[in-house]
Design a protein around this ligand. Structure first.
Ligand SMILES: Cc1cc2nc3c(=O)[nH]c(=O)nc-3n(C[C@H](O)[C@H](O)[C@H](O)COP(=O)(O)O)c2cc1C
Length: 325
């Protein structure tokens, strides 16, 4: 069996998706600035090589919110368009993530097979949108509890004007109040992650509402143009969080080197959206496994070359900020 390396997997998967009806999901909002900026920010850091007295190997394992993963890399919230891309697509993705020692995060719509995914597949997170109908949110959280979901993600932004080019795909959402988020906290068994926090103010309110973790995310360029990349706001958010809860990031992370940069700048976990879809489109379950596995192996090589033998030792000193960015 020929194993495709990451660039080939991504190219093949992207081509297949763009040729299909659901291809528009992988594009960006309006002018496409967010997608461009994601890459520009990531490319504005280089790695500081440390060779002498360096470790011979490195351990990519990490434990976050009591879940041990082979590397700090998980799938970001997505359900659409996985069932349309492959028969039993959600199960294929879940099995691949489990084999790779990772975690699955599903979004909207909530999969009808949620409890089966939770019980047979990779550790599972389920997102709930901030619907204007607050009872609907509480019903969805109750459904997560019944399905045995251990982590729930509440999407604190409203996705207003969500569109991909000119296709409006927004749900009917309303901004949450601090009181409502506290209620969600009380209702949610297990861990509660606040997704799409992009400012120090929202980070402070997330702490106040009792979040177990925040996911710093520009929603993969699916809401409005000119939202920053998570690495651009990570410093202000880290200053507020001060290590009290883990910080997750997603948006444009594609390689082990990208993941390393996020960890160096203070993230605890990195989410991948489109790469999981590309892996599935290019080579089914094996493709998804290869995406996570190759990123994990690349991260390990980068750690050895930068002189760190475990995740906790990756610090800002491992990076070089390039000029002019
Ligand atoms: C097809 C697709 C569907 C998505 N659905 C959701 C969703 O239901 N809920 C959510 O919070 N984010 C959703 N997202 C955003 C992702 O969770 C994630 O934030 C983003 O894709 C990360 O960027 P990346 O694709 O560049 O890795 C979706 C993204 C894509 C590409």
């Amino acid at each position: 069996m020929k194993i495709m390396e990451l660039t080939e997997l991504y190219n093949q998967g992207k081509k297949a998706m763009l040729a299909a009806d659901y291809g528009f999901f992988i594009q960006g909002v309006e002018t496409g600035w967010v997608l461009k900026n994601n890459r520009t920010v990531m490319d504005s850091y280089a790695l500081r090589q440390r060779a002498i007295n360096g470790p011979e190997t490195a351990d990519t394992k990490t434990t976050v919110l009591e879940e041990t993963l082979l590397a700090p890399v998980i799938m970001s919230a997505m359900t659409m368009p996985i069932p349309a891309m492959a028969q039993n697509g959600l199960f294929k993705v879940s099995r691949a993530l489990k084999r790779a020692g990772s975690m699955m995060w599903t979004g909207s719509p909530m999969p009808k097979e949620l409890s089966e995914l939770v019980c047979k597949g990779a550790p599972h997170i389920q997102s709930v949108k901030c619907y204007a109908d607050r009872e609907k949110i509480l019903r969805k959280i109750e459904h997560c509890r019944e399905a045995g979901v251990r982590w729930v993600g509440i999407e604190v932004d409203t996705g207003q004007g969500t569109k991909v080019h000119d296709r409006i795909i927004a749900s009917d959402c309303r901004p949450p109040s601090l009181d409502f988020l506290r209620k969600v906290r009380d209702m949610t068994p297990g861990k509660l992650v606040f997704k799409r926090v992009l400012s120090k103010e929202d980070a402070a309110l997330s702490l106040e509402a009792g979040a177990d973790a925040v996911m710093v995310s520009n929603h993969g360029a699916h809401t409005i143009d000119y939202l920053p990349h998570p690495l651009q706001v990570l410093p202000e958010i880290s200053r507020v969080i001060r290590g009290r809860i883990p910080i997750f990031v997603d948006g444009g992370f594609r390689r082990g080197t990208d993941v390393f940069k996020a960890l160096a700048l203070g993230a605890d976990l990195v989410g991948l959206g489109r790469p999981v879809l590309y892996g599935l489109a290019a080579d089914g379950e094996e493709g998804v496994f290869q995406v996570i596995n190759q990123i994990t192996l690349e991260l390990k090589r980068v750690m050895v070359m930068t002189g760190v033998d475990c995740i906790e030792k990756i610090t800002p000193d491992c990076l070089l900020k390039l000029g002019g960015q």
